[in-house]
Design a binder for this molecule. Structure first.
Ligand code: NAP
Length: 447
C-alpha cells in the first residue's frame, strides 16, 4: 500500500509513524509545501522554548525509516492535484494544520499596525511567507487580543530583552527589529475572566518570571461570581485553580522592571481607530452570562480605549480549504468521520485528515499523536474497500513534479539544509540561523 501524507508538521509525522508501525507493509510519502519539514515545530513553537523543538529528533527518526520519503517544496493545489495523488497512491491523509488566523470582525481590523498572531509568529520564526513583514515597534505600548498560549508567546517575545533572545533560533531580522523596540507596556486582553483564560499554567507562571517585565492584574478582576467559583473548583480542570493563584500573585506585584504586561479581563475589542494607521483600540466592557462551563462574554455598553500603534490579534487559527476536498468555513476544518473526509466525489479515492485540519486548532504537539493514530486506525479499517491496483507512489510523484520544473527536496537534502543552518548559527551562539527564503533553502540543499 502506498499512502501520501500532505503536510510535514506533528500530525503528518505521527500519521506516518502509525502507518509504518502497522502490520501492513506501507510506503509513506510526506509531501510538504516548503523545502523544510516539521511545520509548527519549526514555525510555531516560540524560539525561547527550545526543548519543545526536540520532538523534531523523533520525526527525523521516523523519516529515516526505509519505507518513508519526504518530498519537500511540493505544494498541494499548485504543484499537484487530488486527481494526481489518486493516480500515484492508494490513499491520502491531509495534515495541513491551521495556517491562517481567525478574524475579530471589527471595524478597522486590517488597519496598518493591526496584525494577526500568525504573521507575527511566522515573522519571528523566519517563515518565508512572513519574513518581509514589518512591525512598528516604535511606540511604547502594544495590545495583544486573546488569552491563549499563542498570545502569551507573543507577549514574551515583546517583553524579553535582546540578550534573552540572542541565543535562540529567532530569525535575525526579528532580533534586529526587536533590539530597537521601544515597547514598554503590553496589554494582554481577554473577553472573559481569569477562570476562563486558556493559558497553560507553565506558560502563565513563566510570564511572572521574566527578567525585564512585571505582569499585573487588577485585583477587582479577581472577584468571582458564584458561577465562576464553581468553574474554578471543577476537579476536571485543575489548571483553572492553579492559574488563578498565579493571577493573585500578579495582582499584588509592584513594578520593578522596565517593562510591564497588564493582563486585562472582561474586555472585548470593538473598533481599531486611526487616521492612516492604528492609534487607538476601543474595547467594550463585558460580563459573563450562561451556565458554569459555558459562560460567554456579553457586552455591557460601556467602552474604554487604549492608545496604541500595535495590535496583535491572537484569537485562534483556522485551516485553509484544500482543492477538491469539502471544507467547513465556520470551523476552518475538513468535515470528517473519525478522520475519513466526508467526500461527495473523489471517484473512490480514500481521503483522510488529521491534526488541526481535522479537529480545529486545539491541544499541544503531543495531542496530535493520538489524533493521527485514530485517523490511521480508520484508514486501516477501510483497507478492504481500497482499490488494490498497484500505485507507483514516490517515483511517479517526483517525476510529475520534475515535469513541472518543481525541484523537489528529499529528506537527505533537508539534512544538508539543517547542517548549513546549524553551521550559520554556531558563530552567533544560536542553535541555528534559519534560511528565511525558499531560494536560500534550495541553494543550501545542493551544496
Ligand atoms: P486558544 O487557546 O484557543 O486561545 C484563543 C483566545 O482567543 C481565547 O482567549 C479566546 O477567548 C480568544 N478569542 C477568540 N475569539 C475572540 C474574539 N472574537 N474576541 C476576543 N477574544 C477572542 O488559541 P491559541 O492561543 O491560538 O492556541 C492554539 C492551540 O495551540 C492551543 O491549544 C494552545 O494551548 C496551543 N499552544 C500551545 C503552546 C505551548 O504548549 N507552549 C504554545 C502555543 C500554542 P474565549 O476563551 O473567550 O473564546
Amino acid at each position: 500500500m502506498r499512502v501520501a501524507i500532505v503536510g510535514s508538521g506533528p500530525s503528518g509525522f505521527y500519521a506516518a509513524e502509525a502507518l509504518l508501525q502497522s502490520e501492513h507493509t506501507t510506503e509513506v510519502d510526506i509531501l510538504e509545501r516548503l523545502p523544510v519539514p516539521y511545520g509548527l515545530v519549526r514555525y510555531g513553537v516560540a524560539p525561547d522554548h527550545p526543548r519543545l523543538k526536540d520532538v523534531a529528533d523523533t520525526y527525523a527518526a521516523i523519516a529515516r525509516h526505509p519505507r518513508f520519503s519526504f518530498i519537500g517544496n511540493a505544494s498541494f493545489g499548485k504543484d499537484f492535484t487530488l486527481k494526481e495523488l489518486a493516480d500515484c497512491y492508494h490513499a491520502v491523509i491531509f495534515a495541513t494544520g491551521a495556517a491562517t488566523d481567525r478574524k475579530l470582525g471589527i471595524p478597522g481590523e486590517d488597519i496598518q499596525g493591526s496584525h494577526a498572531a500568525t504573521s507575527f509568529v511566522g515573522w519571528y520564526n523566519g517563515h518565508p511567507d512572513y519574513r518581509d513583514l514589518e512591525f512598528d515597534l516604535s511606540g511604547e505600548s502594544a495590545v495583544i487580543i486573546g488569552q491563549g498560549n499563542v498570545a502569551i508567546d507573543v507577549c514574551r517575545i515583546l517583553a524579553k530583552s535582546t540578550d534573552e533572545l540572542r541565543k535562540t533560533d529567532i530569525a535575525s531580522h526579528a532580533l534586529d527589529a526587536l533590539a530597537d523596540s521601544r515597547i514598554r507596556e503590553i496589554h494582554l486582553i481577554g473577553r472573559r475572566g481569569p477562570v476562563q483564560a486558556r493559558f497553560t499554567t507553565k506558560e502563565l507562571r513563566e510570564l511572572g518570571q521574566l527578567s525585564e517585565c512585571d505582569p499585573f492584574v487588577d485585583p477587582d478582576n479577581l472577584l468571582l461570581s458564584e458561577t465562576c467559583k464553581s468553574e474554578l473548583s471543577d476537579v476536571r480542570e485543575p489548571a483553572r485553580a492553579r492559574n488563578f493563584e498565579i493571577f493573585r500573585t500578579f495582582a499584588s506585584r509592584r513594578q520593578e522592571k522596565p517593562k510591564c504586561c497588564r493582563v486585562h479581563f472582561f474586555l472585548s475589542p470593538r473598533e481599531a481607530r486611526g487616521e492612516h494607521r492604528l492609534e487607538e483600540l476601543v474595547l467594550e466592557r463585558t460580563r459573563l452570562a450562561g451556565a458554569a462551563g459555558r459562560q460567554e462574554a456579553v457586552g455591557t455598553g460601556k467602552t474604554v480605549s487604549i492608545k496604541t500603534g500595535l495590535m496583535i490579534r491572537s484569537v485562534g487559527y483556522s485551516g485553509l480549504p484544500l482543492e477538491g476536498v469539502p471544507f467547513d468555513e465556520k470551523l476552518g476544518t475538513v468535515p470528517n468521520k473519525d478522520g475519513r473526509a466526508t467526500m461527495t466525489s473523489s471517484n473512490g479515492f480514500p481521503v483522510y485528515v488529521t491534526g488541526w485540519i481535522k479537529r480545529g486548532p486545539t491541544g499541544i504537539i503531543g495531542t496530535n499523536r493520538a489524533d493521527s493514530m485514530a485517523t490511521v486506525a480508520t484508514l486501516l479499517a477501510d483497507l478492504p474497500n481500497f482499490n488494490s491496483q498497484p500505485r507507483p507512489g514516490r517515483e511517479a510523484s517526483v517525476s510529475l513534479l520534475a515535469q513541472r520544473s518543481v525541484r523537489s527536496v528529499s529528506f537527505h537534502d533537508w539534512e544538508t539544509i539543517d547542517q548549513a543552518e546549524k553551521a550559520r548559527g554556531l558563530p552567533l551562539g544560536k542553535p541555528r540561523e534559519k534560511f528565511t527564503r525558499i531560494s536560500e533553502m534550495l541553494a543550501a540543499s545542493s551544496t
